[in-house]
Structures are given as C-alpha cells and as structure tokens.
Design a binder for this molecule. Sequence first.
Ligand code: ADP
Length: 393
Amino acid sequence: MRKLRIQASINAPGRDACEKPSWALSAGQPPAVSQQPGTVYAHVGQSFASRAYDVLIVGAGRMGAALAWQLRQRAPHLSLLLAEEGGLPNEEGATILASGVWHSDVPDEQRERAERTRALLGERLQPCGVLTLSEQGGVPPSVPYPASLADAAVLPGLRLDPRGGVYSPASVTLDAGQQAVRLGADLMLNVRCELRGGGQVALHRLSVTNTHQVVVDHTVTVTAAQVVIASGAAGPHLIENGLGQPTRHRQAYRQLPRLNVPSGPDSPVVRACGFVLRPHSGGYVVTPPILHPDPWGYQPVGGRLAGVPVGLRREVVDSLLPHLEALPALASEALVVGRSSADIPGAWLALPEGGWPRWDRLDEQHVLLLGGPHADLTGLAVAEELAEALAQG
Ligand code: ADP
C-alpha cells in the first residue's frame, strides 16, 4: 500500500528564506535576481487556482529538482511549477536510493558532463576515493587492498581515483527544490500529473483515506508553454499514454542490499565486477549491475539462494553468482538477503537509451528529462544543459 507524504519541509521553521543556501553550487553564481519565494502546495487543503505557467516540471526527483533550481537562476522571468507525486524527494523514487557515487571513470564523450557535475556538487561531494578492482595489474604499495571485501588472488588490479567520492542525492535534491522555491518556483507535492497534450497537464491532487488508501481528491488542469517530464522510470510511460509517443527508453527495478562488513568514515568506495560497494553507516550498500531491463508491469519478487527463498530478486542473485570467488563477502552472511523483496530497499530506475542521462525534445511543448543509472555521474550537468536551452527559449 502506498503512503501519502505530506511534506512541508520547504516552509519548516528554522530554514527561513534568507538562510545561506546549503547547496551553493560551487560554480558560485549567486541567484540572478532576488524575488519573492514561490508557493508550496503540500496537501489538498491548500487551494490552488488553475493558471498558466511558462514551465511545468513533472517530477521532483533529482533531475526535476535540479532543473527547477537552475532554471530559476537562469530565467527568473519564466513562471515555474514543480509538481511531484510524493514528497521531496519521493520515498519511492530512484533519487532517495541512489548510491551517490561520483568517479572519473567515464567514456570520453561524458567526461565534460561528469566534471561539470562534480563542480556543481562542490562541497557536497566527500572525496573518500574510489577504488576499482580488476583482474589485471598489481596493487600499488601505497593503497591498502580491501581484503575484507575482495580476494586479491582473483582481483589483484587496483586503481585509486582520489577525486572520486560520495554524496547524498536525496539531500542535493531537497536543497535544489528548496532553492527553486526560494527563487520563486511554485512546488506542488502529492499530485499525480497526467499529460493531456498541447501543454495541458491534469493535476490529480492526492489525499489519503482513514483506511490508508491514496485517492484522487480533485483534479485541476493547468497549461504550460513547456512541460518537462522528469518522472524517472514513469516518464516514458506517461509520454506514451498522454502524448501517444512510444520511446525506446526502458526501466529496471534496482535493489540495494546492505553488506555488514565494517566501514569507517574514510573507507573508499569499491568498484568490482560491475558492483559498487559504498561505505554507509558503518557497513556498505551494494549497488548491483543492471543486467537487463524489466518489462512494463513486472512486479519485483524475491529469488532463491541455495533453494531458500530470499528477498533479493532472482536477477540480483544471478548477478552475484559468477563473482562470489572474487567478492567472497557477497557470499557470506554479511550480505543482507532478506526473506521477501520488501526487506531489500529498491526503486524503479529509468534506463535511458544509450545508458546516460539525457534530455529529448518530444514536440514544441514537451521535453523528456531522464536520469537513470549514471545520474550520479552526469545528471546535474544534463539538467543544467536543459535549463540553459529552456532559458534561451
Ligand atoms: P530521476 O533520477 O530521473 O529524477 P526519480 O525516480 O528519482 O528519477 O524521480 C522521478 C520523480 O517523478 C519521482 O519522485 C516520482 O514520484 C515522480 N513522478 C513520477 N510520475 C509522476 C507523475 N505522474 N506525476 C508527478 N510526479 C511523478
């Protein structure tokens, strides 16, 4: 059963509109103009009169919130509504569960965007270093081998990216949303958007019954000159249903099990065999590789390990099996496998065609903005590029 989140931290006491932004994007531009903060419509009790906006962003995950913030900086004359089905960020979106690892091991054509994203993260990025283990090469004497995680006989190669590190995509998103509102964007939470074509969007405002069912309380239709669909894995589906445009983007359900191997504040991230092990709360969060997309309508179910039902879905178990010798910790009881899929944190993730965050103009009024598995690395730069394009009109 889904929960409805009445999230109003934007207006929370103690974070007044003049407070120094905690996410001063290190590119360092101050806001272009000072102006009135926008309105936050957190729940259906707050009446909202339908009006036209210049830009409406559907989804306040990390891509949508970053776009809103950057657009308010670049084009303060454009009125903006950021509309989100849940809270900021949504507990069920990809953003809250993203591993938040940045490293510089990207293809050449993505390098500039990755560097720009790092610059935009600024002090948000804790440069704990990212170790990449491989079958080739030896261990440089200055870098300790993470023996509790991997077997040096199988993976002797070790490369350290000292500029790599970790951050919290959820707090970056929250701050971006807050900044956007301070700079004049309206934000509506707990609203499910439906595309109606021609820049029209139905806003289904959600409420919760006393039996905890999420229901549509009422619907308002707004028109926007530009509608940006930044709805993560739901985006392609919304476009196909609302605009009749099929896309080639896919989706996958990603699970992030915990690994109870001790880590400290200075432990580096470890990348090996397609897995990313991020130090977190004294242990590690495991990000498994995505081996293939999931069909629409797939419901995550647990798999089996040695005949025993577990919460890890079968695809994750399949991705582990060939690497248990190289990464013995993943074969030990330190890996939290759960009893049902609900025990393992997971989220739907868009799989953009080409694999990397991108934006695509769909028609004169609609743009698709997709993050996906590499949004940690280049997502902010792609949102900034779209903000630039929209600001230029
Ligand atoms: P991304 O990394 O692309 O930002 P997320 O899944 O984190 O992806 O964010 C997408 C956001 O879009 C989620 O917070 C989700 O709740 C929101 N969303 C999805 N569909 C809708 C919709 N129809 N109306 C409003 N918000 C939506």
